[in-house]
Design a protein around this ligand. Structure first.
Ligand SMILES: [Zn+2]
Length: 156
């Protein structure tokens, strides 16, 4: 079924472009999908193609967005990594890797999880608590990122 055409929210992900992550004046067109089914975009200013997931933990992952969403939902329900491994048929290393990636991008991910994956702010908060508890040896930068994400949730 065809989806309604929506205004594309993508911004250029090329750091060398003068429209890097700028909304105003951007000229981004859709460029089909990659093998994982992610939308590709072309910035008409720098002529660089990027995928919708660039700059998020979804980037360069073989898991589909649907699967990542399902894993996040399971983690929110306080299932352990091994329990999720069994129910989702995804190796535990892949899950911890995803958790690390989520933690590193916590601030950006908060908006993504709430708006695009439809999790409630409460669920996202639970997810960050889970991440902190389950990942030993997080770097100070990552902890900082998680704390900023929690602050954002409290403002929402
Ligand atoms: Zn560009």
């Amino acid at each position: 079924m065809a989806r309604l055409r929506s205004k594309n929210k993508a911004v250029c992900q090329n750091e060398e472009c003068s429209y890097y992550r700028k909304e105003g004046g951007k000229e981004i067109t859709q460029q089909g999908k990659n093998y994982a089914g992610h939308q590709r975009f072309l910035c008409k200013h720098c002529k660089v193609v990027f995928v919708e997931t660039k700059g998020t933990p979804m980037y360069n992952r073989k898991l589909s967005e649907r699967k990542i969403k399902a894993i996040c939902k399971e983690l929110v329900e306080k299932k352990g990594v091994r329990a999720v491994e069994r129910s989702m048929h995804v190796h535990r290393d892949t899950i911890s890797d995803l958790l690390h990636s989520l933690a590193m991008h916590a601030k950006e991910m908060t908006a993504y999880l709430v708006h695009d994956l439809g999790l409630s702010t409460y669920e996202v908060d639970e997810l960050w608590t889970f991440v902190k508890k389950n990942l030993k040896g997080l770097s100070p930068t990552t902890i900082n990122s998680l704390n900023r994400a929690k602050q954002l949730l409290q403002l929402a």
